[in-house]
Every structure is written in structure tokens, then in C-alpha cells.
Design a protein around this ligand. Sequence first.
Ligand SMILES: O=C(O)CCC(=O)C(=O)O
Ligand SMILES: [Fe+2]
Length: 296
Amino acid sequence: MPKVYKTLTESDVDHFVEKGHIVLKDCFSRELAAEWREFAFKRLGYEPDDPTTWEEPRIHLPSMNRVPIREIAPRAWDAICDLLGGEDRLANTEPSWGDGFIINFALRADEEWESPEKLRWGWHKDGDFFRHFLDSPEQGLLTIVVWSDILPKSGGTFVACDSVKQVAKHLYANPQGLLPGEGFGQLVSECKDFVEITGNAGDVVLLHPFILHSASQNPSRRARFITNPPVALKEPMNFNRDNPDDFSPVEMAVLHGLGKDRLDFKPTAPRERLVPERVKRQKKILEEQKKRLAMG
Ligand SMILES: O=C(O)CCC(=O)C(=O)O
Ligand SMILES: [Fe+2]
């Protein structure tokens, strides 16, 4: 019997297992996106129409506003639950999206443009806040929420579609766990299948937590806005479920990458939470922005 998903089709799931991501068009309001972008410029003290005022080439803001995903993007919410194996496997009962934008204003705008095949910097697996195991629950899914229209060669995130397998093999070989950045980025040299995340404000890209990706150059003079909130699982992934129909598509992709039908994986070292520099940086930015807003 084919499995029943809330919104995804079998072919969406096949695509996710093969290519490590799916693109969902027009999931939320463009008006909300415009409103939050405008507020972000205010917070930064930059002029939206004057790139000479954009001091930082790229910035990751803290959030000031939040809305439940279920409310603003019901189809994306259903797809998230589908990919993780159902709502009851999520750690948080009401995950939300905020305006903690990653804004690519003009990253390496003056350098010659490099395609993802050529790019040798920036490749990483997300999750700077925990020790990584094959079954880690902290980053159940990676999401790229698109808050501005993104044309080609305009700072869209580069994605290595065939990286899930490489990362799965690396984690399988290291059951003691790996720190963020420990040998992940260089696995991109094994990859051949790349895409650049373009699209419109309101689109959502759901990606496998193991996917390697990188920021890209933005010579377009248009500011590119995304957020990339993780969705956490309540329990570690389970590659040894009694009924194979109960494997989530994220688990299926890991097994597919390892060429196995099932796997009894056990970490050989304790799980560990880390406090990344990013969090300290963002606290400082938040204080600065509150001051700027209070001054009017
Ligand atoms: O800015 C981008 O396009 C990618 C950002 C990213 O992957 C990250 O901050 O983890
Ligand atoms: Fe990332």
C-alpha cells in the first residue's frame, strides 16, 4: 500500500530522497515578507534603495518577530511534518518562523563569479550548536525560507544535491560523533549535482539535514533575504523501525545513501550541546538594534 502523506506526493518524496531537497512555491504572504524586510532595513539603519548605505556584505540578524509556521504557511507545515514522519515526532509542538534574516547584500561582489561546481569556500552542513551523529535529532530538517525575490547570480544559496550520501557515510564511519565543521565541507569535492536556490518571496525549500550548501556571491545590488531555521526532532532518527513504512523520508534518504534497508545505529559517545559564537554575536546585534529603534 502506498504511504499516505498530508501534502507530498510519492514523486515529491522520491525527489527528496534522490536530490535531498524539495521546492514549494507560494507558501506564505508576500506582504508579510515586504513588511519584515522593511523593518530589517530600519533595524540596521540602512536605506533600502541605496546600496552605498549597506555596510555589511552579509549579515545574520537575530529575530524580533515570530509567527507559527502552521498559521502563515500551512502547506509548508504539512510538508515539514511529512518529511519528518508526522507531527508527533517534532520536538516543538508549535515551531515558528521569525525575521532573523540572513541578508546577502553584496557578498564578494567584486570578485569574478564562481559557479557551484567551482566554488571552494563556504560549504557546510548546518548545526553549529551540537555534536553530530548519524541519528542526531537537533537538526531534523533544514529549511530555507525565501523572503525576497532571488534571480540567478544574485546571492542564492548553492546546494550540493548529491551530498547526503557523502555526509551519511562520514557520520556512519564516526559513531563517536563530530564537531560542526569536522570534515564535512571538503566532502563537496565528491559531489557533481548542484543547484542555486532562486525563486520568489513566499517560496520555501525543505532540505535534508545532511545537505552541504554554501552562501554565494551577490553582485546584483539586490539584497537577498532568507531564513534557515532548523526543525528539531523529539527523538533521534531511527533506522531500524519494525515497520519499514514508518521510516520518515529523511531517514529513507540516509538509508538510501548508505545502500542499506535498515541499520541498528548507536552513538558511542554522549550527545553534546554547544554554544556557537553566532549566538553571542546576535545578542550584541539585538541590543544595538533595540537602541537604534528606541532613538526613532
Ligand atoms: O546565506 C546563505 O545563502 C546560506 C546561509 C547558510 O547556509 C547558513 O548561515 O548556515
Ligand atoms: Fe547553512
